[in-house]
Design a protein around this ligand. Structure first.
Ligand code: HEM
Length: 415
C-alpha cells in the first residue's frame, strides 16, 4: 500500500451502493471509488473492482477471466451430472456463460437470428402490444408508469422475440421476474431455490414450445430461426437453444425495467427540447439512451467475472475463484471523461459507446432494447404531450443491482 493510500479512509466508508446516500446521489461515491486506483479491493463483496474504461474495454475484448458463475469461489457447489435438473443442464451443461470457445460458437452460429431482418419483424410485433398497454390505460389524470407500463414491457418483448405462444404466457410470467435470482449472490438460499424451481418449470414450458414448433410451420421468430440453425450446425443443440432463451430472459428483463424507468424520468427532468431531439428518430433515441444511462447512474454493481486460476492480473495477485467486477458507470460523471458531466445532452457524442458491452459478449438484445424503449417513449409522449412527473419519485432501497423507483407517478394533463 502506498503512503497516500494509508492516509485514506477505508473504501467501504466512501463507497456503499446499498446506502441511503448512494440511492439519493451515487455520483460522489462513484468518483471517490475510481480515485482509489485501477483495480481496487472491496472487502464487503470480497471482490476486485475495475474502475477504468480502457481496462474494462480490454477485459471485454480479450476475456482473460471467466464469465461462469460456477467458477465463483462462493457459488453453490456444482452438483454431479447425474443429479442435474433441467436448470443445471441449461446453466452448466451448455452454458452460454461457460467456456469461451463454446460461447463463441453459439454466438457465431446464432448471429442470423439477430439479423436486421429478424429483429425488424420482432419489433413489428411488439409495437401493437405496446399500443394495447396504453389503450388499456386510457386517459387517467395520474398513473404509475412503472406499474401500468414499464413492468409489462420485458415480458411482452421477450415472449414476442422468442415466439412463445400466448397460451403459455401466464405460466411463464413468474420466471421472467425471478430468473436472475437463481444466481444472485446477495439473496437467501431459500429465495434462490424457489427461483430455481420456477426456472425448472419454465424450462418444461420452453421444451413443450420447442416440440410444438418442430412440427409446426416455420414462423419469423427467434425460436424458428434457432431450430433451423440447430439443424444446420454440428455442436449446437436443443440445450443451447434453451440456455439462450433463459439468457434472454435473464439479461433482458431487469435491464429493460430499469431502462424504462430512467428513460421516462431523465426525459421529464430535462426539458421538452431534449425530448423532441431524443425522439426524432430511432437513431437519435439510440444516442439519447446512452445519455439517459450516463446521466442517471443507475448501476450499483457492474459486470462480474471470476479468476479461472491463481493468477497475476493488472499488477495484483488474484486467487482462484475471486470475483472481479467491471464498473463502467464509475466514469459517467468524471470530468476527465465527459465535459460538463452534470449537463444532460441527448446529442452528446459517445466514443466508445459501450452501454451494451463490447467484444464477444456484446449484448444480444441491444437493438431490441433500444427499439422497445423508443416505441414506448414515443407512445407515451404522443398520447400525453404535456405529461409531467406528479411527484419526485421515491427510490427503492430493495433493489440490489440498480437504483430504481418505488413508483413513477405521472400527471397526464389531458383536458
Ligand atoms: C437497456 C437494456 C439493456 C442493457 C443496458 C444491456 C446491457 C448489456 C451488457 C452491458 C451486456 C454485457 C454484459 C457482460 O459483459 O457481462 C449484455 C449482455 C447480454 N444481453 Fe443485454 N442489455 C439490455 C437489454 C437486453 C435485452 C432486452 C436482451 C434480450 C432480450 C438482452 C440480452 C443479453 C444477453 C443474452 C447477453 C449476454 C451475451 C453474451 O454473453 O454473449 N439484453 N447486455
Amino acid at each position: 500500500m502506498t503512503e497516500a493510500a494509508q492516509d485514506l479512509p477505508p473504501i467501504e466508508e466512501v463507497f456503499n451502493p446499498h446506502s441511503a446516500d448512494y440511492l439519493e446521489n451515487p455520483i460522489p461515491q462513484c468518483l471517490a471509488l475510481a480515485q482509489r486506483g485501477r483495480l481496487v479491493w472491496y472487502a464487503p463483496w470480497q471482490a476486485w473492482i475495475m474502475t477504468r474504461m480502457d481496462d474494462i474495454m480490454a477485459c471485454w475484448k480479450t476475456e482473460p477471466l471467466s464469465s461462469d458463475f460456477y467458477d465463483w469461489e462462493f457459488a453453490p457447489k456444482r452438483p454431479p451430472e447425474e443429479e442435474w435438473s433441467n436448470f443445471e443442464r441449461a446453466l452448466i451443461g451448455h452454458s452460454l456463460l461457460a467456456d469461451h470457445d463454446h460461447h463463441r460458437l453459439v454466438r457465431r452460429v446464432t448471429a442470423p437470428a439477430f439479423s436486421r431482418n429478424v429483429v425488424d419483424k420482432i419489433q413489428a410485433r411488439i409495437e401493437p402490444e405496446i399500443k394495447k398497454l396504453f389503450d388499456a390505460l386510457g386517459t387517467p389524470e395520474v398513473f404509475d408508469y412503472r406499474e401500468e407500463i414499464a413492468f409489462h414491457i420485458p415480458f411482452i418483448s421477450i415472449t414476442r422475440m422468442v415466439g412463445i405462444p400466448e397460451k403459455y404466457w401466464p405460466e411463464i410470467k413468474q420466471v421472467i421476474t425471478t430468473f436472475t435470482e437463481t444466481w444472485n449472490p446477495t439473496i437467501s438460499d431459500e429465495q434462490r431455490e424457489s427461483a430455481r424451481q420456477d426456472s425448472n418449470r419454465a424450462i418444461d414450458i420452453i421444451k413443450k414450445v420447442i416440440d410444438e414448433r418442430r412440427s409446426a410451420p416455420e414462423q419469423d421468430d427467434f425460436l424458428s430461426t434457432l431450430l433451423r440453425i440447430e439443424a444446420e450446425n454440428e455442436g449446437f443443440e436443443e440445450g443451447d437453444i434453451i440456455t439462450l432463451i433463459l439468457a434472454l430472459i435473464g439479461a433482458g428483463a431487469d435491464t429493460t425495467l430499469v431502462a424504462q424507468q430512467w428513460s421516462v424520468y431523465a426525459l421529464l427532468k430535462n426539458g421538452r427540447d431534449q425530448i423532441a431531439k431524443a425522439l426524432a428518430t430511432p437513431e437519435s433515441f439510440s444516442n439519447a439512451f446512452c445519455e439517459i444511462n450516463r446521466w442517471g447512474v443507475s448501476s450499483k454493481m457492474g459486470f462480474a467475472r471470476y479468476a479461472p486460476r491463481d493468477m497475476a492480473f493488472m499488477g495484483e495477485h488474484l486467487r482462484k475463484g475471486v470475483m472481479v467486477l467491471m464498473m463502467p458507470h464509475l466514469k459517467d460523471h468524471d470530468p476527465n471523461y465527459f465535459d460538463n458531466p452534470e449537463r444532460f445532452d441527448v446529442e452528446r457524442v459517445f466514443e466508445p459507446d459501450a452501454m451494451f458491452g463490447y467484444g464477444p459478449r456484446f449484448c444480444i438484445g441491444a437493438a431490441l432494447a433500444k427499439r422497445q424503449l423508443y416505441l414506448s417513449m414515443t407512445e407515451l409522449f404522443k398520447r400525453f404531450p404535456n405529461v409531467e412527473l406528479a411527484e419526485e419519485p421515491e427510490r427503492d432501497a430493495g433493489d440490489h443491482n440498480a437504483v430504481v423507483f418505488k413508483r413513477l407517478l405521472l400527471k397526464t394533463n389531458v383536458s
